[in-house]
Design a protein around this ligand. Structure first.
Ligand SMILES: [Fe+2]
Length: 200
């Protein structure tokens, strides 16, 4: 096996180990990461990203919430309305991810995608309030993929939406929360990627 393939496998294994650590900290986070990675990669491919960019996008999608390892697990599981302080602690996960990612220099390209996955296209997101094309494309893709996953999965506080209802919701937020080109690409590939882990 070539050195390059060996290195790629080692890196994939490292990403998998970090996702497993996240799953131990917050049960359900690992499966969420895996689904967001599938949705993001399909969307990135539709948008014409090249192979190297798609590999980085997949790692970023797997690790987009890895900063939650530094968030109190009780808070991750809290049911009901969060206080302002709890909300701030939760929002900090986008920046706290850096503590983990900076340990691996080869993960440097994914740092902006992870850090900015909660920005909004209209500039009202966090942590920096970036808007439009100032948000890295990978972060814009992960934002759409993550929302679709959250909407279509069962949670303690609500029943899952069906696919078409979730797609309607993404389209409703296109241009405000989401990049319209990303929503269009996601919607084009969505029939190929039914919600994973959910009965058809
Ligand atoms: Fe997140």
């Amino acid at each position: 096996m070539s050195e390059r393939v060996d290195q790629q496998e080692m890196r994939n294994d490292t990403v998998r180990s970090l996702v497993r650590a996240l799953e131990k900290h917050g049960p359900g986070e690992g499966a969420h990461a895996d689904r967001v990675a599938v949705y993001s990669t399909a969307t990135g491919q539709k948008l014409g990203l090249e192979l190297e960019s798609l590999i980085c996008l997949r790692w970023a999608a797997e690790l987009h919430d890895v900063g939650k390892i530094s968030v109190d697990p009780q808070l991750l599981r809290k049911f009901g309305k969060l206080t302002d302080s709890e909300m701030a602690q939760l929002h900090a996960h986008a920046e706290l991810a850096m503590r983990v990612l900076e340990e691996f220099d080869w993960l440097a390209p994914i740092v902006p995608m992870v850090r900015h996955h909660h920005e909004r296209y209209d500039g009202t997101g966090y942590p920096e309030g970036l808007g439009g094309d100032d948000i890295p494309i990978g972060a814009r893709i992960i934002g759409v993929a993550e929302t679709f996953d959250v909407l279509t999965q069962k949670s303690p506080w609500r029943e899952p939406m069906g696919c078409s209802e979730a797609v309607d919701e993404l389209q409703r937020c296109s241009g405000a929360q989401f990049d319209p080109d990303v929503v269009e690409a996601f919607c084009a590939v969505q029939p190929l990627i039914q919600p994973l882990g959910q009965a058809p």
